[in-house]
Structures are given as structure tokens and as C-alpha cells.
Design a protein around this ligand. Sequence first.
Ligand code: TEU
Ligand code: CA
Length: 561
Amino acid sequence: MTHKAWWKESVVYQIYPRSFNDSNGDGIGDIKGITEKLDYLKNLGIEVIWLSPVYKSPNDDNGYDIADYKAIMDEFGTMEDWEELLEEMHNRDLKLIMDLVVNHSSDEHEWFQESRKSKDNPFRDYYIWRTSKDGKEPNNWESAFSGPAWDYDEQTDEYYLHLFSKKQPDLNWENPKLRQEIYDMMKWWLNKGVDGFRMDVINFISKVPGLPDAPNPEGKKYVGGGQYFMNGPRIHDYLKEMNDEVLSKYDIMTVGEMPGVDVEEAKKYTDPDRKELQMVFQFEHMDLDSGPNGKWDLKPLDLKDLKQSITRWQKGLQGIGWNSLYLNNHDQPRIVSRFGNDKEYRLESAKMLGTFLHMLQGTPFIYQGEEIGMTNIHFDSIDDYKDIEILNMYQEKVVEGNEDPDKVMESIYVKGRDNARTPIQWDTSENAGFTTGEPWIKVNPNYKEINAEQAINDENSVYHYYRQLIQLRKKHEIIVYGEYDLILESHDQIYAYTRTFEGEKVLVVTNFSEQEVPFELPTGVSFEAKELLISNYPNEGIQDYHSFTLKPYEARVYKGV
Ligand code: TEU
Ligand code: CA
């Protein structure tokens, strides 16, 4: 039995504040800019906003490097602005979930400033310090942003661990004092009225003791050490403790971002009986278009892989935990440019992908701009990119490694995080209405055609289609709670599935290709359509539901028995 809950029935909208809306013309999105757009979001129909970090930060990684967990970043405004945002949200029945980034802090956080001073500083053990091994780093791990995961600090002649940038030192969760500080800080925000947390790389916080070298058969300088910190030995203890001391005391939404989590592990994280988290963000479906050498190693998506992966998660968590559903966020390229077709079939494929996602079992997350079908960016010069991951990778591969710059740029065009970080395109005015000043990152030149104002005024837009998808969820419990079953398992172009709930059924049929493709309801599937819930082409009625030809990127959802 699946228990009912508001956080299962809601649709979440993610805001990356830097790129959302600039209220004061300095080129940087800010909190007042968000408050100005609350009616836009309310009209879309979403119930929850997940706000990427707005805390005080030197912005080495756009706010994912936090210098003070209880202060607002100067560029984004003040604590009063934030309080006003929360109040205006609550007035509109919108909930706010904050980003909790506690695997690491900024090196400019007071804790780290203290920690690095001396080996006997009371804050020394808030971070992970080790002595050098054979004149080198304490181990061979690579940072997610290129180069070693260790940085040498002269002051005490030791290295500190940073799984991300060197300005993001990892916090030492082994230290119970550190854990209490985090829990206190979480309670402080919850007592201010926030409605939950999205927890950044939260399955990285427990490292295998001894921090062993990772296997390195190719003899590289540094290699990924994921097996020694993803879902580490004490992770479930820490989350249970956090749940016991903090989460269980509030009616909130929790979702843990977890690279490298599989279904079996996710059951443990999300089974309510175990009292850890409600949902995880898993990455399997986001890794299907990468080759063996990681995200920059481009590979086309095979739809069968997507079916296998999604189905494993849908069936795996059914009746045990709960899925998060996403195709976009601030780290991923735009889905219409990725699994869709942002040229001839932008509207059709954006709507198809939205249908595919919103009809699955789980809580859907929309990333800003997705609802108007924003596309990837293509800057000719590396100088126009801002993301630390892109810039460090380019430096390592092209400047130091002499790799072909065109090939590297190609992988940035396809996978770079800045694809998702160009300013939201509000209207046709200069800089897409995002700012009256110079935007911190260039606006996508396609804003004259793709923008929110156009979308609101065009009933055929992706925006109005997303509104419909969200409304359907509020009207039909089966869309939230129905059990998922895959059909046409080995079809190369069609992804089709059913949902079943209390004697009713929903049939979802989506064409992931730009060809026309015949669909035939398999004889083994018992389904009788009563109504067409939604479709991205002008279809009416239910006459042909068991056999029809799908147009390019067509999606249809029928409800029946
Ligand atoms: O991301 C963690 C993560 O592993 C990735 O998705 C990351 O973006 C990776 O580099 C992709 O190749 C989280 C945040 O979402 C991301 O923005 C931060 O940079 C990162 O943690 C560090 O806080
Ligand atoms: Ca601003």
C-alpha cells in the first residue's frame, strides 16, 4: 500500500536564482526577482519551489560553495528579501524547499578559516586533513572538477579533501560536533518556515575509513574514487540521526541528490519505515547518453536503455519508497535538445517528453525554462562559458592536454552545465527581459522566438501544455498513485506504459522519434479507453486508441478501464 502525502501529489519547480530574474539591473538574478514572478509560477500550477543555494558564497560554484549557512548572498539580496519571498509564497499556498549543501562548505567559511590555522584548532576536525603520501597527495582521487581531490595547505603542511573544487573542502561527518552544527542550522531554517530540503550530494558524506587509493589500471594521474564515498559505510546512520533529530519533527519534503545510487540502495534511503529521506535524485537515466569515459564521452541514447532503467526504478520503488521524476536541472543539458529535437520538432518533442515524465509514478520536478521549451546554448568561444566544471575540463584537456579543441567544444555543446544556466527568456525585449544591465552569462539568441510572454499568449505553447499536465495530476489520483507497467518493451521508437489504480487504467504512448510509427496495443494488455486525457497533436476522441500511427514525437494519454 502506498500512503498518500502532499509531497507525492505536488509538482516542484526548481529555481536557479542567478539566471531566473534580475530585479535591480546588475545582471544577476536575485530574490526580489523571484518574488516578482510568483504569480507566473502560481499560474503554471506548481505547488513547491526548490531554490538552488542563496546563501553567502564567493560563487566559485555559483552558490554550491557556502561561506555562511545562515546568511543570504549579497548579490541575491538580504534576509528581509528572503523572508518576504517566503511570506509571499505562503500567501499563495506555495511551499519552499531550500538547497542543503553540507557535504562541503566554502573554504571561506569561518569553520574552514579556523580549521586551517593549526592542527589543534577546535575546528580542525570539521574537515578532512591528511599528511602527504610518498611526497604526493594522500590518495589518487580525482576531483569532480578535474585535477586532484586534495589541496596542499602550507600553514600546517597537510592536505585537505575536496571532492569538488578546491574552494569546496569536504566536511568531516565523522565528527559528531559538526553533525550537530548542521542539524542546528537545519532547524534554524525550518523554524523560519521552510518546507523542506533538497540535499546536495548527500550520499557522499560518509567516506570509507583510510580513504584508500582507487584502482588505476590505466595508470592515470588521478581517478574517480566514488566507490569509497558514494553510499559509504555510515551514510544510513547519519541520515537516520538527521531524521531523528530534525526531519521527523516537521511536515516537510526531503529529496537527496545521489550520484551513483542504484535501486536497491534507494529503497533503503526512501522506505518510510527506515526513517531516512522521502526521495532521491538518481542519475541512471542521465548517464545513458555517455560512453565508458564519463559525461564528456558522447553517445546517442538508445530508447531501450531508457525503458529498462526507468522501469527498474518504477517497479523497484513501487509500494516501498517514492521516485523523484526529472529530466532537467541546473547540472544537465536542456532535455528538448537532448532526448528531443530542438529544431523541426521543438514544441512536439518538448511536450512529448513532459508527458512521458509527468505520467510516471513519482513527484515531478520542472526546471526553470523547461516549461517554455528552452534549448541548449552554443557559444563559439570558450570565454563565454562560466561554469567551473566546463572551464577546468577545457583547461585540462585542451590547454594542458593538447586535445582537439573542436571535439572538446562539441562535448560542451552537448553536455555542459551552462546549457541550463543561460538567463530565463521572459519576453522579446533586450536580454530577454531578464535584466536591464549586462547579464552575467549571455542570453540565448533564440529568445525572440522562445520566451514566456510568447508562450503565455499562444495556447499551443509548451507552457500551456505543462499547465495541462499539472492540472491532470490534481484531477486524477491514478496519475499520482497508479502502478506502472511497461508495454512494447523492445520497441526502438515508442515508449508506452500503463498505470493502474483502483480498477482504472491509464495508457501512455509516446514516440521518441521523428518518424511516423504505427502503434498497436498488444493483445495481452487489457484496456478499454473512455477518454483522451491529453495529446500534443490535435487528436480528438478515443475511436482508434488500440491501433494508430503516431506522428513525429507524438504523445497520447488515454484513461479507461
Ligand atoms: O552536483 C553533484 C554532481 O555530482 C553533478 O551532477 C555535478 O554537476 C557533476 O559535476 C556533473 O558532471 C551537485 C550540484 O547539483 C552541482 O551544481 C554542484 O556543482 C555540486 O553538487 C557540488 O556542490
Ligand atoms: Ca540583481
